[in-house]
Design a protein around this ligand. Structure first.
Ligand code: ATP
Ligand code: MG
Length: 437
């Protein structure tokens, strides 16, 4: 058995058993006897077992005359040399044998062919028979290199992401993962992008908090400084004239500033409460028209005193489920701004527009409107496009911030545009069938 394409491996117990069973079938004996009686034997079609069986007589011929694969002669030669049966697998078929069958003083070599059912142990032993130690070492070496390269490929971007994370943790809020990870087109690239998006947002939040803090400090300092000046002037007057009535207007000034401080702190607390969420507020289902009626009748009082008017135009009836107080506060802030900015003798118009699943509350005045470049920014805390005028009018600059938060808590949006008549037009859009837990 020196042929290159055949490999000898020990016969398995199962194959041996099959071989034995096949050998002792009456059918086979019958065939052999028929052969000995000189009867012709069909090479194929005599039965499934026989079709895959080769019976070689002592002259070396297959008794039915069918074509015998070369491997059968190799197995037969191996048996003669070693006195052992063997099995060989070629092209998914295993050839096993021989089993010796004696009949009327003659012996016959029986081989079977069957679809290969290689067992793991056979495969392992085959493997070790077929490969040398150098081949195994080479395979191990290559697989080690492949594993090492794979591990390096996978862990390198993680280390790079780690560098970005550490830089941010150290306070470098400008650090971005993409600068570390370089150009890639895989999941790590996507992860780096998400990481950078997160870093951008955090950076923006921290920046806006810092700005709010510095704005708050600035806003608090101005009335405090004015109070300080008024107090020292009062003291000077008092020392100079010894008449306390001379100081009364300074004391009044101090009172005004205290009121402003109180108002500012109250509004700041509201902003903070809205930032924290709506957990202490109750969800109600209410008619938006009723809410507007209440606010407009209060606002009307303020407007009439200044020769202005607030008009609620005929609107469709809208039911809404949400936070009544927060929405009322939002609308009130916008209407009070409109009254403040609409000139004497003009009117502020309030309307509801039904738009299918949404509806809008529209508040329009006849003032000067706002420069386009400032339109988005007026919702930021303390943002006042016309600084000097607002200070004299006494606004804290938090009204629209509160309005925006109140609308957002109700899942809505607020937008300011300049209306065709030149005034400001504020649109609050809300969902009609809102689900609230
Ligand atoms: N209807 C309007 N017409 C023109 N400008 C407006 C109008 N509403 C708001 N603004 C501008 O937007 C700025 C921000 O408004 P916001 O309501 O936040 O603050 P405020 O009215 O100054 O103070 P507060 O409402 O806290 O008393 C105002 O200072 C004003 O310049
Ligand atoms: Mg305001």
């Amino acid at each position: 058995m020196t042929s290159k394409d055949t490999r000898l491996v020990p016969i398995t117990a199962k194959e041996s058993e099959q071989l034995r069973q096949t050998a002792i079938t009456i059918q086979l004996r019958h065939v052999i006897e028929e052969y000995q009686n000189g009867l012709p034997i069909q090479p194929n079609g005599t039965g499934k077992e026989l079709d895959n069986t080769f019976i070689i007589n002592n002259q070396g011929y297959e008794i039915s005359g069918k074509v015998v694969p070369e491997v059968i002669y190799q197995l037969s030669a191996f048996y003669k040399q070693r006195n052992r049966a063997a099995t060989v697998t070629i092209n998914n078929y295993s050839y096993s044998g021989p089993e010796i069958v004696f009949s009327r003083g003659q012996y016959y070599l029986l081989f079977i062919k069957q679809k290969s059912q290689q067992h793991f142990s056979t495969l392992v032993s085959e493997f070790f028979h077929s490969v040398s130690i150098w081949q195994i070492l080479a395979a191990l070496g290559i697989s080690f290199l492949v594993c090492f390269a794979l591990a390096w490929y996978l862990t390198r971007p993680i280390h790079q992401l780690q560098k970005a994370t550490k830089a941010i943790a150290k306070g470098d809020l400008q650090a971005r993962a993409k600068d570390f990870i370089g150009k890639r087109a895989d999941e790590f690239h996507d992860l780096a992008e998400d990481f950078d998006l997160m870093a951008d947002r955090i950076n923006r939040i921290i920046m806006s908090q810092k700005r709010l803090l510095s704005d708050v400090s600035h806003e608090l300092r101005s009335p405090l400084t004015r109070m300080q000046i008024a107090a020292s002037l009062a003291q000077k007057h008092n020392q100079a004239t010894d008449d306390p009535s001379n100081c009364s207007h300074h004391i009044e000034r101090i009172e005004v500033e205290v009121e402003r401080l109180d108002e500012l702190i109250g509004e700041l607390l509201q902003v903070a409460a809205l930032e924290r969420g709506q957990q202490h507020q109750q969800v109600d289902t209410f008619v938006v028209n009723d809410l507007l009626d209440v606010i407009i009748s209060d606002a009307q009082f303020e407007a009439t005193a200044n020769n202005k008017e607030v008009v609620f135009v005929e609107s469709p009836m809208i039911h809404f489920k949400g936070y009544y107080n927060l929405l009322a506060r939002s609308v009130e802030n916008v209407i009070r701004n409109a009254i403040r900015h609409t000139p004497e003798g003009t009117r502020v118009t309030v309307a509801i527009k039904d738009a299918g699943p949404h509806f809008s509350i529209i508040i329009e005045d006849e003032g000067q409107g706002i420069d386009e470049s400032h339109l988005d920014k007026i919702f930021e805390p303390f943002y006042r496009p016309t600084e000097a005028r607002e200070r004299s009018s006494g606004g804290t600059g938090l009204g629209l911030t509160i309005a925006k938060r109140g609308v957002e808590v109700n899942d809505g949006t607020i937008k300011a545009t300049n209306s065709s008549n030149g005034g400001l037009l504020v649109t609050i859009t809300l969902k009609k069938n809102r689900r609230v837990n």
